[in-house]
Design a protein around this ligand. Sequence first.
Ligand code: IMP
Ligand code: MG
Length: 181
Amino acid sequence: MDSDIDRILYDHDRILGRVRELGRDIAAHYADLEAPLTLVPILSGSIIFVADLIRELPLKMRIAMLQLSSYPGTATSPAQDPATLIELTGPVSGRHVLIVDDILDTGNTLRRVRRMLLDRGAASLRTAVLLRKPNKAPTDVPVDFVGFDVEDLFVVGYGLDYNDLYRNYPHIGVLRPELMP
Ligand code: IMP
Ligand code: MG
């Protein structure tokens, strides 16, 4: 796997340090919340991030997962309207919700998820993303907690995939270009 990676952008220790800081920011934001928080991780890209993040959050919480597909097959540019693959696994009505996703690119995914959660009556809605790509982040898709502003490159590792591979690569890096036709 290592030999498929051209360049590491964020190594595992740096990611964990940043996730710890995000945990502190999020915990401070919800410090006065008496009800449990509901995290909505968007599968599958956010699995590693959310697993590390929740262990940095000393809050009462529930998890309701959801899967959307944004890339058809091996494409590396997103479809306009991501399809729902796995329905939300828990209720959000009247609950305080924090969406957790791996990366904000065009914002189509988060726009759709936000609309769905608001339609279902979330009492409050915030969003945490590990990575945010430059320039494209649309103003109608607010994100409240951002790990890193990343270069406009296709990245893999720490949950992020190419063709469903490399999610278990511990760092975040760029694939060798010849592997991404
Ligand atoms: P958006 O809907 O365009 O904002 O895309 C968000 C989703 O596309 C993310 O949750 C990822 O699953 C995927 N994605 C976007 N950029 C990358 C990347 O550089 N590497 C891997 N997946 C990505
Ligand atoms: Mg994703």
